[in-house]
Design a protein around this ligand. Structure first.
Ligand code: SF4
Length: 219
């Protein structure tokens, strides 16, 4: 029998506990923070984000800073020269399109429209858009990171040829809107704690009875 999404949610909720959504940051903060997390750890991105918020009083000031200076401020976030330029491009576009930096209006849009608005910004892909909408506005968007992509592939929830970008919509459509957030959080937890990239802990995995990849691993 295959691992269907409701089985996955049920088993992983029992293994890792309930998932409760609460707003993390304002949408603009979540968006810029997520840009900072690209190709680095959340901890490094957090440090860079806090330094940036400590150095500049507003997003207007971040946008107007010299790119080299902004790069120095966010250095701990990695790829600082590229990210400083990208952040300023994004802020410039947002102000031009929305007249300011308040993105809460996205929460009033249908999900596909809100995603399209964000992914039209420079360097904002499906994952960054989905993180922003899910974590700051509670919208039923499914961010797919490396853990989720790996776990979903092993479980046969997505086909081998499904790209990471396509996996966002495929996985999002698999569960009712009210379950998308916990589906996301539970799959990440499972990827970090049990279905690790190397040496997954299949012997103690709550999904092993229905996992097609189980026989590929010895543990
Ligand atoms: S059985 Fe192994 S490969 Fe399958 S989901 Fe569990 S840990 Fe991952």
């Amino acid at each position: 029998m295959k691992a269907d999404p409701s089985f996955v949610i049920e088993q992983l909720s029992a293994a890792y506990g309930p998932v409760v959504w609460s707003p993390r940051l304002e949408p603009i903060d979540e968006l810029i923070f997520t840009v900072l997390t690209q190709h680095t750890s959340d901890l490094n991105a957090e440090r860079a984000f806090q330094k940036m918020r400590g150095r500049y009083r507003s997003w207007e000031e971040v946008m107007a800073a010299r790119p080299e200076e902004l790069a120095e401020v966010i250095r701990t976030g990695g790829l600082a020269n590229q990210k400083s330029v990208r952040i300023q491009q994004i802020l410039f576009e947002i102000r031009a399109k929305a007249g300011g930096f308040d993105l809460r209006f996205l929460g009033l849009m249908p999900l596909p429209k809100a995603k399209a608005w964000l992914t039209a910004l420079p360097g904002v892909g499906p994952k960054t858009a989905a993180v922003t909408l899910a974590f700051s506005l509670g919208m039923p968007a499914m961010p797919v990171d490396t853990h989720i992509y790996r776990v979903a592939g092993r479980l046969g929830l997505i086909r081998k040829k499904t790209s990471v970008d396509d996996a966002h919509d495929v996985l999002e459509r698999m569960v009712p809107p009210g379950d998308v957030f916990r589906f996301h959080v539970l799959l990440i937890q499972h990827g970090r704690k049990t279905c690790r990239a190397r040496s997954p802990l299949c012997g103690s995995c709550a999904l092993s009875a229905r996992c097609p990849a189980r026989r590929s691993f010895k543990s």
